[in-house]
Ligand binder design. Structure first.
Ligand code: DGT
Ligand code: CA
Ligand code: CA
Ligand code: ZN
Length: 573
């Protein structure tokens, strides 16, 4: 049972007590204890003593006893009793971010609402606003909270959608009557989460193309089928929309269905001012209605005398203006990446041997890797003691002796603790070629505290890279409070790199932060945090995210050769 699970139980107890109208001081005590647990750097486990728990600020003796019981037996009698006294649906209602225990109880008592769906229905029918202590605004608040909850759960990660679409495209283009096939929508823009998959094909036999698509083995259910559009659901529950257009309209359709919607609308406005009309069928002269192009996507940018905007930039965040001025950045590409600087081996919690990591890295044409296993204090992740580090170093040295066109960097992922300090003494830190430092606990601290922790790590002369700087896990954990602008400025001033962690549920820093980094002049390291050698291919999602942040090759340190890289790392200085 991890800290997160324990914190959840303690939090629930507080919520349940609140629903039951118990003493607010007791309620607060449980909520405070839950926060303390979330903020701990070390894990509570079977070896933790009552005394140690008691010593944690925010955890009193009574709660410590209950946690001990939970950790030892996997259950807590008090919690089970409380749950019997409160309908389970109230906790479910409280999953809506804008519904607290009082409201949950009110909705249950007065309207017999037991699920989020029922709550949504009641709010839509304007039934909530007439309750005591409710208002029209409060009702809207509840609706907003529900859509927030649903958005979180409905969208899927880019990496879950991408391979499905890729396989389908490969099948589609093999058919002789299908001329072209591409991804469109948020998938082609490589957005971090995907609402549904959009695919586009061109064919002169659209019905045949529709039949073929709907009979692909991945398809579970056909929602709609016609010669211009099909919608299906695949076995994983994901919806796929396919548009079928004539080859002479393919470019315009691809532009239209790639979006984003806001980008397309803005582009259309610009065209209008120049007497042109753009839609999914082509580009036309408004006055004469003559079709000027649309077979190729480039027709549009050529007719508008602007640069072709890469799909990853099409979010209506200023890219159209920049393209008109012919000042688009030369975006980083996958082939620019020369090595991965954040990898875990089987020395800590990774599954691959260092030699297998090297083999995989060479197969994707890298020339170096940074093995950054977990440091000592992250015991749950097999954090290494100085003695283990010395043994690992021998293994790395031996490998390097054998390799002549490849370098294994001996690295570490330190834990930035709640005071901003890290795991080892200076003598140990000096031994590493590369040092990543990350926050792995104490997430509930204030913005000021978390920012300061990160700043003090950046001022450590051994720390080269800050790992996953905002700590978010997409769909699971929001980023912790952190002043990114201050962090970026300090990164630039101290010559520390910030990671773009490419693990599919992290993508941290995210696109907007990367763009800010570029403007400030802070440098980025795109790494994968792979725990299995083959996960190094996730770099693809990192590079796409970097493109969405407008980054060029020069903004990213691991586009450099190993010699150049070592020169700009702090630890060598
Ligand atoms: P998603 O699916 O939520 O991740 O995001 P998208 O961008 O894939 O959106 P989706 O699937 O609703 O629509 C696919 C594309 O179709 C979208 O990127 C642009 C285009 N599109 C959809 N609705 C409109 C619209 O009302 N106007 C314009 N201009 N384009 C639209
Ligand atoms: Ca979509
Ligand atoms: Ca769609
Ligand atoms: Zn980490």
């Amino acid at each position: 049972m991890g800290n997160e699970k324990i914190a959840e139980v303690i939090q629930n107890i507080g919520d349940l007590l609140e629903i039951l109208g118990e003493n607010p001081f007791r309620v607060r005590a449980y909520h405070r204890a839950a926060n303390s647990i979330r903020g701990l750097t070390q894990d509570i486990d079977k070896t933790t003593t009552k005394k140690e728990l008691d010593a944690i600020p925010g955890i009193g003796s009574g709660i410590a006893d209950r946690i001990m019981e939970l950790v030892r037996t996997g259950q807590m009698e008090y919690y089970e009793d409380l749950k019997e006294r409160v309908p389970p649906s109230l906790l479910e209602l409280m999953r809506v971010p804008t519904v607290g225990p009082k409201k949950a109880k009110q909705f249950y008592d007065e309207l017999k609402i037991t699920s989020v769906d029922q709550l949504y229905e009641a709010a839509s029918k304007k039934l909530l606003r007439i309750l005591p202590r409710m208002s029209e605004k409060a009702e809207q608040n509840i609706l907003d909270g529900i859509s927030q909850l649903r958005r979180y759960h409905e969208r899927i990660l880019l990496y879950e959608a991408y391979p499905i679409a890729e396989r389908m495209i490969l099948r589609l283009v093999k058919e002789s009557y299908i001329k072209q096939a591409d991804m469109a929508g948020s998938l082609r823009r490589m957005k971090e989460t995907i609402g549904d998959i959009d695919l586009l094909v061109s064919s002169n036999q659209p019905s045949r193309a529709a039949d073929f698509f709907c009979s692909l083995p991945e398809v579970d259910k056909v929602l709609a089928k016609g010669p211009t559009k099909c919608s299906v659901v695949v076995k994983t529950g994901l919806q796929i929309d396919l548009r079928i257009v004539a080859p002479k309209e393919y470019g315009s359709a691809l532009q239209y269905f790639t979006g984003s919607k806001e980008h397309s609308i803005h582009l259309r406005d610009i065209a209008k001012k120049r007497g042109l009309k753009i839609n999914e069928y082509g580009i036309f002269n408004v006055k004469t209605d003559k079709k000027l192009g649309g077979e190729r996507e480039e027709d549009i940018s050529e007719l508008l005398e602007m640069q072709m905007i890469p799909p990853t930039m099409r979010e209506n965040k200023g890219e159209i203006e920049v393209a008109i001025e012919h000042r688009l950045p030369d975006l980083i590409e996958l082939k620019d990446i020369k090595g991965d600087l954040h990898l875990h081996s089987n020395w800590s919690d990774g599954l691959s041997k260092i030699k297998d990591i090297v083999e995989f890295a060479r197969s994707i044409r890298y020339s170096y890797v940074g093995i950054c296993d977990h440091a000592e204090r992250l015991k749950v992740a097999g954090g290494l003691t100085p003695r283990e580090l010395a043994r690992r170093k021998k293994e790395i040295d031996k490998l390097n002796d054998r390799l002549d066109d490849f370098v294994v960097l001996s690295g570490i992922e330190l834990n930035i603790d709640s005071k901003g300090e890290v795991d080892y003494s200076d003598e140990v830190l000096e031994e590493f070629d590369i040092v990543v430092a990350s926050i792995h606990g104490g997430f509930s601290q204030s913005k000021e505290q978390i920012t300061n922790r990160t700043l003090s790590a950046m001022n450590n002369k051994h720390i080269d890279i800050i790992g996953h700087p905002t700590g978010r896990i997409i769909g699971k954990r929001p980023p912790y409070e952190i002043d990114i602008e201050r962090v970026l400025n300090e990164a630039k001033n101290t010559g520390t790199f910030l990671e773009l962690n490419s693990f599919p549920d992290r993508l941290d820093l995210k696109d907007d932060h990367l763009r800010m980094a570029k403007e400030i002049g802070a440098k980025i390291a795109i790494s994968t945090d792979a725990h299995i050698a083959s996960q190094m291919i996730f770099i693809n999602y990192g590079v796409a995210t970097a493109q969405r942040g407008w980054l060029s090759r020069n903004d990213v340190v691991n586009t450099r050769s190993v010699d150049e890289l070592l020169k700009c790392l702090k630890s060598v200085v």
